[in-house]
Design a protein around this ligand. Structure first.
Ligand code: NAD
Length: 473
């Protein structure tokens, strides 16, 4: 049985108490993980604080080289990390449209390499006979990362790498459901980094709460639910922590009447169901023009019934289980409310019998805005298809939701689609695709989907404070 240790100040730390980590495909216990305490948070923050001066004073090139070394080490542990991700999340090694643990670990390496190469240059505002005025970017100090269970390793990398690149030190707390790949990543990185630069404490909400309140943490980067993001914001007020909050989404996709249904249905299906619907930027509300509504419903349902659902370690599996029983219950509950609201089930609708938290890929027609399955984020393999007839009206309807992470317009007229996409109230708007992220384009939510962005130079800046320097001549 795996029994990984937390890492604080470069040392493996076991805790008195352990808890079980479950494989969602089999419900087997796959590891016994330390249940960290507030005292471990104290130790980890103290270690990160004392490592900060030396780490922040390294040259940019030195930190860049160390990040590249970490990327290479991750690459050489790729099969092991993929196995851990699949065991703890249930996602396939390959998966629907190659969205599986191969993509998660490969993406983690690529994001590390890309972030290593980023630079934040000094901005010269004025340089004349009177004075030189420059804007410098400085690290914040100790950054805490709190991650969810859907893309545990990738999101850890998204948080940790820009923080380290800009000279901050880090304490990370993974989701208690999926700590294993993150623990291994931190262990691998600690064989390269100076002690105390990257620390990990495992445990549940109480560890997150201790982090949010800690006065020696300068910033929290959090990915998870909007409800938890609000709690973190409240308890971070004590020392005015900087926050990046990547929260829930309920992304709308609007399909115009001019599409060729057969051409776009596979892409739309993948946008709805990749990672079993458990991605913040999955398409979650599909609005389809009345004139092609039935054709689209049929095409999507025909794909859904042929998708191979199963244990992600098996060959050819496209969708795995829901990651945990609590999330399965949310999905079951939304399916029941869709039924009560008069939804027409085109496929699926039930939990799959046997071991594991499996639910059939489910599409529900004839629901309207105001119904729970349309208004709420299911974060699982169930999605509503909603009919519309007027494009201006449907954009208003799509914008009524309190979330604003992503959105998409599907059309053969890409210029028109791009104009409409800009009217969607969301942080990223796509045309003829949905949910694709890249390390050089900023990603983040508006409205209740979050604060701030990640990725590229825009994201990197969020791990710094500005210092304006004026030198009179
Ligand atoms: P969650 O909010 O329940 O938990 C996320 C993390 O916060 C976990 O590590 C958890 O232990 C910790 N936590 C819980 N209570 C806390 C508290 N009071 N203080 C501090 N930390 C606390 O979210 P989840 O169920 O793990 O993830 C699913 C949610 O994450 C979905 O809503 C999804 O949309 C969102 N998500 C958003 C993005 C994005 O980029 N916007 C990406 C992935 C997931």
């Amino acid at each position: 049985m795996r029994q990984p240790e937390m890492i604080i100040n470069g040392q493996g730390i076991s805790s008195g108490e352990l808890y079980d980590v479950i494989n969602p495909a089999t419900e087997d216990v796959i590891a016994r993980c330390p249940r960290g305490t507030a005292a471990h948070v104290e130790q980890a923050v103290a270690a990160a604080k004392s490592a900060f001066p030396a780490w922040s004073e390294l040259s940019s090139d030195e930190r860049k080289a160390l990040l590249h070394e970490i990327a290479s080490a991750l690459e050489s542990h790729m099969p092991e990390l993929m196995e851990l991700v699949t065991l703890e999340t249930g996602k396939p090694l390959g998966g629907l449209n190659d969205v599986g643990s191969g993509m998660e670990v490969g993406g983690s390496i690529a994001w590390t390499q890309y972030t290593a190469e980023l630079e934040l240059d000094v901005d010269v505002i004025q340089d004349n006979e009177d004075a030189k005025v420059e804007v410098h970017r400085k690290p914040l100090g100790v950054v805490a990362s709190i991650t969810p269970w859907n893309w545990p390793l990738m999101i850890a990398i998204w948080h940790v790498m820009p923080a380290l690149r800009t000279g901050n030190t880090v304490v990370i707390k993974p989701s208690p459901y999926t700590p294993l790949a993150t623990l291994r990543f931190v262990e691998i990185a600690n064989s390269i980094l100076p002690a105390g630069v990257l620390n990990i404490v495992t445990g549940g909400p109480e560890i997150g709460a201790a982090i949010s309140e800690h006065k020696d943490i300068a910033k929290i980067v959090f990915t998870g639910s909007t409800a938890t993001g609000k709690k973190i914001m409240q308890s971070s007020a004590g020392n005015l922590k900087r926050l990046t909050l990547e929260l829930g989404g309920n992304d709308a996709g609007i399909v115009l009447a001019d599409v060729n249904v057969k051409d776009v249905a596979p892409q739309i299906f993948a946008a709805l169901f990749h990672n079993n619907g458990q991605t913040c930027a999955c398409l979650k509300r599909l609005y389809v023009h009345d004139s092609i509504y039935e054709e689209m419903c049929e095409a999507l349902a025909a794909i859904a019934v042929n998708v191979k659902v199963g244990n992600g370690v098996e060959d050819g599996v496209e969708l795995g289980p829901i990651q945990n029983n609590a999330q399965l219950n949310i999905v079951k509950n939304l399916a029941a409310s869709a039924k009560a609201d008069g939804g027409r089930f085109l496929c699926g609708g039930k939990e799959i019998a046997g071991k594991g938290y499996f639910f059939e890929p489910t599409l529900v027609a004839d629901l309207k805005d105001g119904h729970r399955l349309v208004d709420e984020e299911p974060f699982g393999p169930i999605a509503p298809i909603i009919r519309y007839s007027d494009v201006d009206e449907v954009i208003n309807r799509a914008n009524q939701n309190e979330n604003g992470l992503g959105g998409s317009i599907w059309s053969t007229d890409t210029a028109k689609a791009a104009q409409l996409a800009q009217r969607l109230e969301c942080g990223t708007a796509w045309v003829n695709e949905h949910g694709a992220l890249q390390p050089d384009a900023p990603f983040g939510g508006v409205k209740q989907s979050g604060i701030g962005v990640e990725f590229g130079a825009y994201g990197l800046k969020e791990y710094t404070v500005i210092q304006t320097l004026k030198v009179p001549k």
